[in-house]
Design a protein around this ligand. Sequence first.
Ligand code: RIB
Length: 296
Amino acid sequence: MAATDVVVVGSANADLILSVDRTPRPGETVLALGDACRSAGGKGLNQAVAAARAGATTALVGAVGDDDAGRMLRAVLHGSTVDTACLRTADLPTGLAVITVAADGENSIVVVAGANSGLTELTDADLEAVTRAHVLLGQLEIPVETFGVAAAAARSNGCMVLLNAAPARELPDSIWPLVDVLIVNEPEAAEIAHGRDLLELVPAVVTTLGAAGARYTSRNHDDIDVPALRARAVDTTGAGDTFCGVFAASLALDMPILPAMQRAAAAAAAAVERPGAVPSIPTRDEIEHRLREAGR
Ligand code: RIB
């Protein structure tokens, strides 16, 4: 069987998106602006779609429920040419994310894991898919042990392992030797570091800095700073996932770190200008157009 550029092991959610003037304070009720919208999301699914739209052959190892939401997510993945042979139907409802998006584009998200929590074991077919990948990309909306098994299989076959540690949580020390590049935003970096230098844990770290761009630090090379492209943010949901998926796709397609970071930053800038997670993820042509516009 042919190799796959990127295999994502991760979550798939139905996103219920509520637009609000501002995020409610604790104990406060606010009225939504307009209707609730439903669209595809989940950090794993978003990252897989981003990698595929950026031009990488991509597969998602994950789980959805036997329900309308699960069928909607499968249809979106097919429409984005993500291989779903390793997407199982679990005996649990599809994951759900309730997202409020404030007028300044910032969001807050609560996730009900549902079927994602049932991804506790990998089949032989899952492991074969992982070992045929150039890059494995994981996040933390599925059991971390499952990511660990996938990462160990990937590493033993020379596949690069990227971990987007979102949402941040305590991780077992056994995970760190399996990770080549850790991708985090600043709050996630602080939560995971616990005062340690992240480069003591992994050989390279990408820190996404929102409107300030992104920074690559590693044990072996000088730091690389990539400024963000100018964007009019209407909804930041899925922008970080877009960065991760496009970065993974670019590395899998043999790009060096600097252009991979630039492409990922351009894709994230495009993603914040449209509402929703999957609906905002740009295609390869859109990414290249933005890079040309920015003179990169
Ligand atoms: O990163 C954005 C994603 O986080 C949303 O699509 C939501 O499903 C949650 O997983």
